[in-house]
Write a protein that binds this ligand. Structure first.
Ligand code: AMP
Length: 570
């Protein structure tokens, strides 16, 4: 592995980088910096976000730009204000102890006259979003004729966002003899066209394989029925108490709705989408960066350029139609060599899409089963115990209260105390998840190893909650009498005086026969197949009792789902 010294950077710059804490160059830095430092070669870097590409172009740029001249010599274009600000900030940090530059960021949603004033003071490096730069060009507030280097960062994103014409116009104002450096996570036709039209024999560098995902991302999917989507999301979040995550939705309305529901249900969540004002967006991003916000729900457009390290999970509430979107979404996790998980929530019809993405990324997706209520409870209990271990005890300040506390509790044994403390937090989860149905769409392996989905029969049983029936008891009954285990039983809907449950079609008769005629708590048991409804994937089968109390359909999630003190921790 090479060192920063060996890449040809100036001594002062190497020292700055060391002060920042970068010890060794990342692969893209190692390969790009020597080429870019030559200053006269066009360059294309195919690299995901999080690979260290900002320093890969930023360090050579700072070395090449002359701080004795006030001319604007370098232009960095980025798709979003967030990314632009991040780049400008990184450049400031890299150069702080090296050269005195005037680096100016220009972007929409902020005072243009203030930006013009800064540019006019003589900005050697300008970092811009395309739209705002066009405004500056139109107002003749900027002179691009002295530009020697143009960097197009996240070029695919800029083109996705419809900046093609703006880019053409901007580039037409720059001199022909400049060097152009382009970075992109993907290489669609439109990016190739930019290369063809504006670059001469560029040096091409691919970090990792083209279109191959970051190997540190674990790709997973869960199969859900539409009506269970939100419930399943909550299960996943409850099962991952330490999550610092990003949830992607397709539309602004969904984004707002999901964030609001999560907040109402006690999660530390907020939303980021285009209907918010710039100020609101800034506020959300500050909270997220500082980690006082644990879950950010965002649209694809609003989340572009989100550059926050340590995101543990990216959840796709719906799988996106475009491959590029999937790459960009999942690339928000596993940055700077860390590990991350990307979970796509799909309907069974979308399994084909997963297979397609798998093929392009060349990395396998694992099916994750949506955790059961019991699994969530266990995980939360362990997380709680973990917090007990980790909590910082302030000996001095608690000392004065201890005698009174001890007096209050001295009749309890250690065992009793543990049970009670654990129950304070835990009971809420237990109550919420008691009788929670399995949200997984059943599947089994078909002959060729492909997934085959359960085509279940829905059975009626004349026992319900009023008889003391719960999920565990029902499974036990079916197991005891018909020899079917938990894995053979699908969705269970417990009602007051009766219930419904699913079993594989070909086992339905066996269950009916085995259970009919028996008694449960003195009541004769009656079981019958409801009229031929396909169960999994078929909604609630058109039953007359839609939002019964046992139902976990959309309507049932508004109120007070318990959280395990996450707010306090974040
Ligand atoms: P980027 O791909 O430029 O957004 O960088 C992703 C993250 O990696 C940022 O947080 C950088 O500060 C960090 N980073 C970049 N280069 C290095 C390096 N050589 N060593 C350690 N961290 C780095």
């Amino acid at each position: 592995m090479k060192s920063f010294e060996s890449l040809g950077l100036s001594r002062g710059l190497v020292e700055s980088v060391q002060i920042i804490g970068f010890e060794t160059p990342t692969p893209i830095q190692e390969q790009a910096i020597p080429v870019l430092l030559s200053g006269n070669r066009d360059f294309v870097g195919l690299a995901q976000t999080g690979t260290g590409k900002t320093a890969a172009f930023g360090l050579p740029l700072l070395d090449l730009v002359d701080d004795n001249s006030r001319d604007t010599q370098a232009l960095v274009l980025a798709p979003t204000r967030e990314l632009g600000l991040q780049i400008a900030n990184d450049l400031e940090n890299f150069s702080e102890k090296f050269k005195r530059f005037n680096i100016v960021a220009v972007y929409g949603g902020s005072s243009i006259s203030e930006q013009i004033r800064k540019v006019k003071k003589g900005a050697q490096i300008i970092v811009a979003t395309p739209g705002r730069l066009i405004d500056l060009i139109d107002r003749k507030a900027i002179n691009l004729s002295t530009i020697r280097y143009v960097v197009l960062d996240e070029a695919d994103e800029m083109l996705n966002m419809g900046f093609k014409d703006d880019l053409d116009k901007i580039l037409s104002f720059t001199p022909d003899e400049k060097s152009t450096w382009l970075f992109s996570a993907t290489m669609p036709r439109e990016v190739r066209a930019i290369m063809k039209n504006y670059m001469t024999d560029p040096f091409e560098l691919t970090v990792g394989e083209q279109n191959t995902g970051n190997a540190n991302i674990e790709h997973q999917y869960v199969i859900v029925q539409e009506k269970d989507r939100y419930a399943a999301l909550k299960r996943i979040l409850d099962y991952t108490p330490e999550i610092f995550g990003l949830i992607f939705c397709r539309t602004r309305i969904d984004t707002q709705k999901i964030a609001e529901s999560l907040m109402k249900d006690g999660y530390n969540a907020d939303s980021l989408h285009g209907d918010l004002t710039q100020q609101q967006r800034d506020r959300v991003m500050i909270k997220f960066r500082q980690r006082t916000l644990q879950i950010l729900v965002a649209t694809d457009v609003a989340a572009r350029g989100i550059d926050v390290d340590d995101i543990t999970h990216v959840i796709h509430l719906n799988i996106p139609d475009e491959m590029e979107f999937y790459t960009h979404r999942s690339g928000r996790t596993a940055r700077a060599g860390k590990k991350g998980v990307s979970i796509a929530m799909i309907s069974k019809r979308e399994l084909g899409k997963v297979k397609q993405i798998e093929k392009i990324l060349k990395s396998p997706f694992k099916r994750m089963m949506i955790p059961t209520g019991a699994e969530v409870c266990q995980k939360q209990l362990l997380a709680l115990m973990n917090r007990v271990h980790e909590v910082k005890v302030n000996d001095e300040e608690i000392a004065e209260f201890l005698p009174a506390i001890e007096e209050q509790l001295n009749d309890l044994t250690k065992q009793e105390l543990i049970k009670r403390f654990a129950s304070i937090e835990f009971n809420r989860f237990l109550d919420y998840y008691r009788n929670a149905p399995d949200l997984n769409v059943k599947s089994e392996k078909g002959e060729g190893g492909e997934e085959k989905y359960m085509t279940g029969a829905r059975l009626f049983i004349n026992l319900g909650k009023m008889d003391g029936l719960d999920v565990a008891r029902l499974i036990e009954l079916v197991d005891e009498h018909a020899g079917l285990g938990k894995k053979d039983i699908g969705r269970i809907d417990l009602k007051g005086a009766y219930s419904f449950f699913e079993v594989e079609k070909d086992k339905a008769d066996r269950v009916v026969e085995a259970l009919n005629g028996g008694t449960y708590k003195g009541r004769p048991v009656r079981v019958e197949v409801t009229d031929g409804k396909e169960s999994s994937g078929g909604g609630d089968g058109g039953k007359p009792f839609k939002k019964g109390r046992g139902s976990y359909g959309k309507g049932g999630y508004g109120k007070g789902a318990p959280r395990s003190g996450q707010k306090k921790r974040w």
